[in-house]
Design a protein around this ligand. Sequence first.
Ligand SMILES: Nc1ncnc2c1ncn2[C@@H]1O[C@H](COP(=O)(O)OP(=O)(O)O)[C@@H](O)[C@H]1O
Ligand SMILES: [Mg+2]
Length: 234
Amino acid sequence: MLEVRDLDVSYGDFQVVWGIDLTVGPSEVVCILGPNGAGKSSVLNAITGLAPRKASAITFGDADLLRIPTYEIARRGIAHVLERRRLFPTLTVRQNLLLGAYNPDAKRHRAETLAWVETLFPFLEDRHNSPARVLSGGQQQMVAIARGLMSRPRLLMIDEPFLGLSPLMVDEIRTVITRINADGVAILFNEQNVELALSLSHRGYLLESGRVVLTGTGEEMLGSDLVRTVYLGV
Ligand SMILES: Nc1ncnc2c1ncn2[C@@H]1O[C@H](COP(=O)(O)OP(=O)(O)O)[C@@H](O)[C@H]1O
Ligand SMILES: [Mg+2]
């Protein structure tokens, strides 16, 4: 469904991503792993045109993402939840959600999609009138994910969904990612914690200094010497 071939990202003369190949199939959960600065956000941002990119192909279904401007991406079925959530702090929870449904197709199904995201995250309904800024970090992350879902994506990309969250919130986000996927949405997310990420992914890509150093199923990766010695300290 999503196919990235031979992706480079450079900021000016500073190349940070080198020749990455990556795919996400329909209904897959895929993670991009790696330490801080490895290039994870740059890869997601390159897919939606937010980072300077060069690639032999970036396609989503029959759409050529190298030729589609960022503002068109949501209409093509990809939602991108940026790092650090980026909510509108003074707008209410409900207003933040409705802003996710700006494209014409999503707007038409707005009421139905809102009902769906409010079953996924019941607190969205209870707190619909609260300004986003008064919510906890975990709740803000949920609003950000829910806002992405309001565009009715076939692929949801989330940049570090667990960043800075309490263990309880980590569990809630983990459960909800699994439920969103069970409703037929493919998921691509970034994460530094290898064990956490692979526990909810079908496959993963491990980046170091902008290159893929390991890829495979969760089980394959957790069993690899590199992951065991460097990332799990076994
Ligand atoms: N807008 C930018 N301009 C210049 N350098 C950047 C920019 N964004 C990221 N970088 C650099 O690119 C490298 C990879 O960053 P990033 O993709 O954010 O990694 P990660 O998400 O894995 O932490 C880092 O060295 C970072 O400093
Ligand atoms: Mg990042």
